[in-house]
Write a protein that binds this ligand. Structure first.
Ligand SMILES: *[C@@H]1O[C@H](CO)[C@@H](O)[C@H](O)[C@H]1NC(C)=O
Ligand SMILES: *[C@@H]1O[C@H](CO)[C@@H](O)[C@H](O)[C@H]1NC(C)=O
Length: 743
């Protein structure tokens, strides 16, 4: 379902400065393939935005897939780029501050280039034709409307003249302070420092018809020197009145000496919050926050059991890193919305007792439960938070924090990096779809200007195996990249492209570079990149994931549906979903049907054989859809009448379908399969998969196989185009990958 997919792609965040996970999960953090900036360029799969603008800080990336455009905000510039090719006729708005403003900014003691520019920090769709855009305006935030036209073919992109608003409460003064925003139903919600000094942090609502709202000012119980990471609308249910906006941020721990000093938070407000009546006037009366944990709370895992609901609920991926230590470390944690809601439905944190400590509040909780949205499922008769009893509002003011913390799914990080010289700054996730299941591919930006492509495979109920498929250097590292808290924005999209922004610029790159893995089947198989497959000749894009083919057969004739596994011995399954049916049935060899290693033979076709055929291969934990095709069975009468009409000789009854592979094609297939070399490679691939599945207890066997494999690859060396000086190193890494028994 598209909706699910969008959740996965968009509910992403990057958080920092959390406790370092302590569980010694062995990271296979060495990528299978590392491509330097130059090597990446030479593959032709990455394109840097190459227009020379006097700009920096390409921080805001905003997709507009309806228009096939991407909007980018940098210092003094707003760009509209073509998603297919960001260098194709970019539309560029130069929006600097007036010279006088710049002078004033400099006179107030700010740096002319670093601070007194107009750093674009907000680009939100306003209506069908306009965007709302804000910049820091040389320490005097400003906003305006940008006309982008109705359709992209119009090539319109210009500032709406005479429409400049104050950006206060929408955009920070100081470009070093991150802000977040969401424009929903004409209301702008922003997490931002709203003053010149950068001391008054607030979650603000402005612009629309509803009451302007904010968090309680200078109340450290609500927000304590926060760093805003992301804002995201996540509906609870179909009931619109329950819609909540979630804020991800980190803030100072409320207690002195508390460890860690910074805590990661998830906070939320109801969109229809109107504030209190007695108190909290024009302030959120539904603001609650909880702590997000991304470390390992002890040697458990036994209590974790998989709840099927998790997969249906949206999940949130967070990137965490440790700050202030000599070595660096990061982790990726995944949270389920179900767990998050459970924490918000749990006890409130409360201070009492002789030691004045945080405890779970056990007293009477007023009605409606604090944090509930007005007019929603539980409060249909209270249309506004102004109708809430005073005790609810008072309770909210003093209890904005939940007592329980949110733990990641399975109570442990998904990915951990310890003792490495980089840290993750951002994440985006692509789902590589196979109709019977899908793989999540993580793209992790690092502070050394690279992007890692990582998949995590379940090994059994409790263990996972992480594979770094590739690491590519998207930006040449210069000192600026190392500045902390500077995320690279990463956005995956329907275009099968990753868009990456940084201090230095914008680049888009393909999600896969299959041929880089090598030119033999073994390399392709070992890479285990779900985007790639061995097609019998080369390692190529696994097109079957997305492409659905149509094949025709004639009633009474025989047809062959080709499906060749990467290795001939993996288990292949065929499923048929008949027309007008929503069920998939497994096909077995019986009667007219014969399953072969090369595909499915269907004899004396009947019209009821029409439908969608799917061939899946299971290799270790990978389930790939190799082929998905629609079979259309034409009645022999129709075909004959068409042939008669066109003057072609009519088909004799029971002739082979014209769409069955020709003798020539079969010959090709056989030649390929009978080459001794191919057989050898296939054998290795097969052994490899079996090894992973069957013999974890026998390390000697594993090592032996790895060695043989290495020898095979040595033989193959001259044929591998993309191998470099660090070849030996990489081959050693391969050994690690091929000996799962070690770990
Ligand atoms: C680029 O902009 C900076 C100020 O933002 C200015 O000092 C510099 O001269 C500009 N360089 C060029 C080549 O225009
Ligand atoms: C969109 O908003 C802009 C700015 O308020 C306005 O000028 C324009 O007419 C609006 N366009 C549509 C289609 O409503």
């Amino acid at each position: 379902m598209l909706w699910d997919k969008l959740w996965c792609l968009s509910t992403l965040l990057a958080l920092s400065a959390e406790a370092l996970p302590t569980l010694p999960i062995e990271p296979l953090s060495a990528p299978r393939v590392f491509l330097s900036f130059k090597e990446l360029r030479s593959t032709g799969t990455a394109h840097h935005f190459s227009f020379l603008l006097n700009s920096t800080d390409y921080r805001i990336l905003r997709m507009d897939e309806d228009h096939d455009r991407m909007y980018v905000g940098s210092k003094d510039y707003i760009l509209s780029l073509d998603l297919h090719d960001i260098n194709k006729e970019p539309l560029i708005i130069h929006w600097p501050v007036a010279p006088q403003r710049k002078t004033e900014c400099v006179l107030s003691g700010k740096d002319i280039n670093g601070e007194c520019g107009n750093f674009i920090r907000l680009i939100e769709p306003w209506n069908r034709t306009h965007l709302y855009v804000c910049g820091t305006g040389a320490y005097n935030p400003i906003c305006t409307y940008v006309d982008r036209g109705r359709r992209s073919q119009e090539y319109i992109f210009r500032l709406e003249p005479g429409k400049v608003d104050s950006g206060k409460g929408k955009c920070p003064y100081d470009p070093k302070l991150n802000s977040v925003s969401a424009l929903i139903n004409g209301e702008l919600y922003a997490g931002v420092y709203i003053d010149f000094m950068g001391t008054d942090a607030s979650i603000f609502r402005t612009l629309g018809k509803q009451t302007a709202m904010r968090t309680d000012q200078y109340n450290s119980k609500w927000l304590n020197d926060p760093i805003f990471i992301k804002a995201h609308l996540i509906p609870d249910s179909a009931e619109k009145n329950d819609d909540k906006l979630y804020f991800f941020f980190r803030e100072k721990a409320s207690e002195m000496g508390q460890s860690p000093m910074a805590q990661s938070r998830i906070g939320r407000i109801c969109l229809n919050d109107d504030g209190g009546h007695c108190c909290l006037v024009n302030k959120w009366s539904t603001f609650l926050k909880a702590r997000l944990i991304c470390s390992v709370p002890g040697v458990d895992g036994i209590e974790t059991h998989f709840d099927e609901l998790h997969t249906k609920n949206p999940v949130i991926y967070g990137v965490f890193s440790v700050s202030g230590s000599v070595f660096k470390g990061s982790a990726v944690c995944v949270y389920s919305m179900a767990d998050i809601r459970q924490v918000f439905n749990g006890p409130y944190a409360h201070k009492e007792g002789p030691n004045y400590q945080w405890m779970a509040y056990t007293g009477k909780i007023p009605y409606p439960r604090p944090g509930t949205c007005p007019g929603g499922t539980f409060t249909p008769n209270m249309k506004s938070t102004k109708d809430y009893p005073d005790e609810v509002i008072n309770f909210m003011r003093n209890h904005p924090t939940m007592y329980n913390t949110v733990y990641p799914i399975h109570k442990r990080p998904l990915v951990v990096r310890n003792n490495v010289d980089y840290e993750f700054t951002t994440i985006t996730v692509d789902q590589v779809a196979a109709a019977d299941g899908s793989y999540e591919v993580l793209f992790l930006g690092t502070d050394r200007g690279t992007v890692q492509k990582v998949i995590v495979l379940p090994r059994d109920d409790l263990q996972t195996e992480e594979l770094v498929l590739e690491e590519v250097e998207v930006f040449r590292v210069i000192w600026m990249m190392l500045r902390r808290h500077f995320p690279i924005g990463l956005y995956s999209s329907l275009q099968q492209q990753l868009y990456v922004g940084s201090v230095l610029g914008v680049t888009h790159l393909a999600l896969h570079r299959c041929d880089v893995y090598g030119e033999v089947c073994a390399d392709c198989c070992l890479a285990r990149d779900p985007y790639c497959a061995w097609d019998g000749k080369s390692c190529t894009r696994n097109i079957h994931n997305t492409l659905e083919m149509v094949q025709y057969g004639v009633e009474g004739s025989t047809t062959f549906l080709e499906c060749q596994a990467r290795s001939p011995h993996v288990s292949l399954k065929w499923h048929l979903q008949r027309e007008n049916s929503d069920r998939k049935k497994e096909i077995r060899s019986e009667g007219r049907t014969l399953k072969t290693e090369q595909g499915l033979l269907l004899r004396s076709l009947q019209s009821s054989d029409s439908g969608v055929y799917q061939c899946t291969a299971t290799e270790k934990n990978f389930k790939h859809t190799l082929v998905k095709l629609q079979l259309v069975v034409l009645s022999s009468r129709t075909v004959n009448s068409i042939l008669v009409e066109t003057g072609s000789p009519a088909l004799p009854h029971l002739q082979t379908s014209p769409w069955t592979p020709s003798a020539g094609q079969y010959k090709d297939l056989l030649t390929i399969l009978s080459q001794p070399e191919m057989g050898l490679i296939n054998q290795y691939c097969q052994d490899y998969w079996q090894l992973g599945e069957g013999s974890p207890g026998d390390p000697m066997l594993a090592v032996g196989k790895a060695k043989e494999l290495k020898e095979l690859k040595e033989q193959k060396k001259p044929r591998n185009r993309r191998h470099h000086d660090d070849e030996d190193e990489r081959e050693d890494d391969d050994d690690e990958h091929t000996t799962p028994a070690e770990t």
